[in-house]
Design a protein around this ligand. Structure first.
Ligand code: EPZ
Length: 420
């Protein structure tokens, strides 16, 4: 038995959709809380399965975790630093942020390696390089990573690649280290700034978030605080693409437009008509879309997480579009699924070409990862007939309540349990 999402295509969407809190900030903010000596309240938490898994892990660490709607109240005062070996570790990649925060708080962490979407190799060598630079020793015992430090001492760290995860994890390990840590060539994603804002409210001394270099002066103690999560720029981008593909007039609300500049400029290039009013973006669809070329880059370049749903939109644009994937060269699982719906896509090493416009027809398709799931939802909404999307657990990891948000816009979408 498995759950599928069934979507009847061809219905124009109109109305307003409210964007939730950012998944990729949330999954770092929650592990960061263990660094505090008192309770932390986080508001705007999306109701996604990654948060469920992190709640399990924090409760294993004897933190009290209370969720009330989009608020999560966490008290890490009685933290017990036990090895993290439960299946919850495998549920998401971001469980690895507990490496940085437990190392930073307790000078020791023992845990299984993280899980998450398969997008090709996803090493954590840069995280380890940062921990070792701060004075930690890393070893592997009974399929756990063990990271220990007599003392964490601030130092200068250069990241060979502006890795989001490594940037955040090293910050988490360094905020209570002795002395000054300078991390160069860091990632500048908005989620990193959000984590640094939380840590600063807790009493950390961090400068430069959002620039190439972050400087941290270690502090003795971090206390509890309150924090509101930034809106999810990837969910917002996904809905802009949905609106461009299937919308008549869709208002995407609770957005920070600056976080979406690269996507907005690409959509305009394709002929999509949009209006930006405060924290809303109104998409008036597009009469005829033209092809475009996208190269994924670290922020503020075009987000790798949006190239998959945008590929679906490219199938409806006149001409030959291309995607060059510079972050995850193997992130093309969606192309085969889209081809099964009628798309004409050629996949090369780290790139693809999309020929359009092509008519898409509903059929059974399989989400290979979270953003592939998003790409297939866009495709199903514009296909002729009914599509069935399997492996919906991928989608539920990162998109809160996506069915109801789409139904409110006029989509014909339902979930079914099927034999296979
Ligand atoms: C974060 O993953 C996001 N996940 C990803 O979103 C996103 O695609 C990615 O950043 C890039 O923006 C979360 O925030 C939970 P990276 P992360 O470290 O931190 C290589 C989604 O759909 N690398 O910036 O794992 C790595 O292999 C997910 O929401 C190393 O080589 O990304 C990849 O090629 C998918 N060594 C590149 O860097 C390392 O130590 C980018 O990885 C770390 C990374």
């Amino acid at each position: 038995m498995k759950e599928i999402i069934a979507i009847e295509g061809g219905h124009k969407l109109s109305g307003t959709v409210e964007i939730s809190g950012a998944k990729n900030a949330t999954v770092a903010l929650i592990p960061a809380v263990v660094l505090a000596d008192g309770p932390v309240n986080i508001y705007g938490v999306p109701n996604i399965s990654d948060v469920d898994a992190l709640k399990v892990l924090l409760e294993e660490l004897n933190c009290t975790v209370f969720r009330d709607g989009d608020t999560i109240k966490i008290d890490p005062s009685n933290l017990q630093n036990v090895p993290l070996v439960s299946p919850a570790v495998d549920k998401l990649r971001a469980s690895y942020y507990l490496m940085g925060s437990l190392l930073g708080k307790c000078k020791e962490v023992r845990m299984r390696m993280p899980g998450g979407c398969y997008l090709g190799p996803r090493p954590i060598d840069l995280h380890i390089k940062g921990f070792e630079a701060l004075g930690a020793k890393v070893s592997y015992e009974d399929d756990c990573i063990v990271i220990k430090a007599e003392k964490l001492v601030g130092t200068k760290i250069y990241l060979d690649f502006a890795s989001v995860g490594a940037t955040i994890n090293i910050i988490l390990a360094a905020v209570k280290a002795t002395g000054k840590t300078v991390i160069e060539n860091v990632a500048k994603e908005p989620e990193i700034i959000d984590v640094c804002n939380l840590l600063t409210k807790m009493g950390a001394n961090i400068r430069g978030a959002g620039t190439d270099t972050i400087t941290i002066e270690g502090v003795e103690k971090l206390q509890g605080c309150n924090h509101e999560i930034i809106p999810d720029r990837i969910e917002a981008g996904t809905f802009l693409i949905i609106a461009a593909a299937a919308g008549e007039r869709v208002v995407v609300q609770n957005v920070i437009p600056q976080h979406l500049e690269s996507l907005i400029s690409k959509l305009k290039e394709m002929g999509v008509v949009m209006e930006i009013i405060g924290d809303s973006i109104i998409v008036n669809g597009a009469s005829e879309m033209v092809s475009c070329d996208v190269r994924t880059q670290v922020y503020p370049g075009f987000a790798t997480d949006l190239q998959q749903p945008l590929t679906t939109l490219m199938t409806q644009a006149k001409g030959v579009s291309s995607v060059t994937e510079n972050i995850y060269p193997e992130r093309f699982g969606h192309c085969e699924q889209l081809a099964n719906m009628g798309a004409h896509i050629e996949v090369f090493d780290g790139a693809c070409k999309v020929y359009g416009p092509t008519k898409l027809t509903g059929t059974r398709v399989y989400a290979t990862d979270l953003r592939c799931g998003a790409a297939l939802i866009v495709a199903a909404l514009i296909s002729e007939g009914v599509s069935e999307i399997a492996n919906v657990y991928h989608i539920d990891r990162g998109y809160e309540n996506i069915d109801n948000k789409l139904i409110a816009l006029g989509a014909r979408i339902s979930r079914r349990i099927v034999e296979n």
